[in-house]
Design a protein around this ligand. Structure first.
Ligand SMILES: Nc1ncnc2c1ncn2[C@@H]1O[C@H](COP(=O)(O)OP(=O)(O)OP(=O)(O)O)[C@@H](O)[C@H]1O
Ligand SMILES: [Mg+2]
Length: 322
C-alpha cells in the first residue's frame, strides 16, 4: 500500500504572481508508474518536491499510502521515498558505492548489508560491481551516472520512487536502453513511481498513466492509449502528436498481436523479438531484417510468431476502438 494521491493541491511560491501548480488532483496507484508530462515550467518538479516535503503546498492534501504527509516527519518520509533529482546529483567526492549507500547508511544498516545491497543494485542496473564500486562520478559516462542515480534511489528499498527527468541529458540511444531497463526493473520490482519528463516518447513508453500539465494545471489524465486516441484538447493533441499512427504502434505489445507457433516452424531461421516489446519496434525489426516473420520469445522460449499482417491487423483494431 503505497499509493500517492494529490487532492486539490495548490502551491504559490512567495513573491510569485500566480501559483506554480493550481488545484491538482491525481493518483499514482500502488505499484504503477505515472508520468507527469508537460512543457518547461508547468510545475512538474514542484509537484514531485511536494511529495517528499521539500515544498509544502499552499492548500490541498497529499497522501502516501493513505497517510497525510503533513503527519509524517520529513526526514523519515524522505528515507521511505527514493528520489532521482533532475540533474542526477551524485556526490562528486564519494565513490559509486558510497553514493548508492547513502540511504542504507542513514538507516544504519551494517556494513555487510550495505555492501551486498550496493552490489545487488549495480548488477540490477547492469554496471559490473567489481568495476564500478570504487569509481567516482567524474569517471562515469552520463548514462552510467544516471544508472547510479537510479540505483541510489532504490537503495533503501523504498515502495515509492520519484524520478525527475532521470534520463534527461542523455543521447537517444542510451536513453532508449535505459528506458528498456526501467521497464524490466519495474516489471520485477513493482514500485509506485511518479516519473517526470517532457519527452513524449519516453512518457508513452513507460507510463501506466500520463498526467499532462500545462501552466500548473492538469489538462488530461489517462492511459497512453487514451491520450493518443482521445486527446482532451488541441494542446494535448499537438503535444503528443496524436495523429501519428506509428506512435500508436508503440503502445501495443507484441504479445497481444502474435499468433501461435505453427507446428513446422523453424524459429532459429527468423529474427526474434521479446513478447513484451512494442509493435513499433517489432515493425522496425521486420523492416530492417527483411524477414517475413519474427519469432516471439517469452524469456528463452519461443511463444509465437508475428508478421506484418499481424501488426496491421492489430493497428486497425485499435483504430476502430478509438
Ligand atoms: N523555489 C522556487 N521559488 C519560486 N518559484 C519557483 C521555485 N521553484 C519553481 N518555481 C516556479 O514554479 C514554476 C514551475 O516550476 P517547476 O520547476 O515545477 O517546472 P518544471 O515543470 O519542472 O519545468 P522543467 O521541465 O523546466 O524542469 C516555474 O514558473 C518556476 O519558475
Ligand atoms: Mg523540472
Amino acid at each position: 500500500m503505497s499509493e500517492i494521491r494529490f487532492q486539490e493541491v495548490t502551491k504559490t511560491f512567495a513573491d510569485a504572481s500566480s501559483p506554480a501548480i493550481t488545484s491538482c488532483s491525481f493518483t499514482v496507484p500502488s505499484g504503477s508508474l505515472v508520468v507527469l508530462l508537460g512543457p518547461s515550467g508547468c510545475g512538474k518538479t514542484t509537484s514531485l518536491k511536494i511529495v517528499n516535503r521539500l515544498y509544502e503546498p499552499t492548500s490541498g492534501t497529499v497522501t502516501v499510502g493513505g497517510a497525510d504527509i503533513r503527519d509524517l516527519e520529513p526526514t523519515a518520509l524522505r528515507r521511505r521515498i527514493g528520489y532521482v533529482i533532475q540533474q542526477i546529483g551524485l556526490f562528486p567526492h564519494m565513490t559509486v558505492a558510497q553514493n548508492i549507500a547513502v540511504v542504507p547508511s542513514l538507516l544504519s544498516w551494517d556494513k555487510e548489508r550495505q555492501t551486498a545491497r550496493v552490489r545487488e543494485l549495480l548488477a540490477l542496473v547492469e554496471l559490473p560491481p567489481d568495476e564500478y564500486c570504487g569509481r567516482y562520478p567524474a569517471q562515469l559516462s552520463g548514462g552510467e551516472q544516471q544508472r547510479v542515480g537510479v540505483a541510489r534511489a532504490l537503495a533503501g528499498d523504498p515502495d515509492v520512487v520519484l524520478m525527475d527527468e532521470p534520463f534527461g541529458a542523455i543521447d537517444a540511444i542510451t536513453r532508449a536502453a535505459l528506458q528498456d531497463e526501467m521497464l524490466l526493473l519495474q516489471r520485477k520490482l513493482k514500485k509506485t513511481i511518479l516519473f517526470v519528463t517532457h519527452d513524449v516518447e519516453e512518457a508513452l513508453r513507460l507510463a501506466d498513466r500520463i498526467v499532462i500539465m500545462r501552466s500548473g494545471r492538469i489538462v488530461q489524465d489517462g492511459t497512453p492509449l487514451e491520450i493518443l486516441t482521445r486527446p482532451a484538447d488541441d494542446f494535448v493533441r499537438d503535444l503528443v502528436g496524436a495523429d501519428d499512427m506509428v506512435r500508436q504502434l508503440s503502445l501495443l505489445s507484441v504479445e497481444k498481436a502474435m499468433r501461435p507457433l505453427p507446428d513446422d516452424f523453424h524459429e532459429d531461421e527468423y529474427p526474434s523479438v521479446p513478447c513484451m516489446e512494442n509493435l513499433r519496434r517489432a515493425l522496425s525489426l521486420l523492416l530492417q531484417s527483411g524477414a517475413s516473420v519474427l519469432t516471439v520469445m517469452d524469456g528463452d522460449e519461443p511463444a509465437g510468431i508475428l508478421s506484418l499482417d499481424d501488426i496491421r491487423a492489430s493497428a486497425r483494431s485499435t483504430e476502430t476502438q478509438a
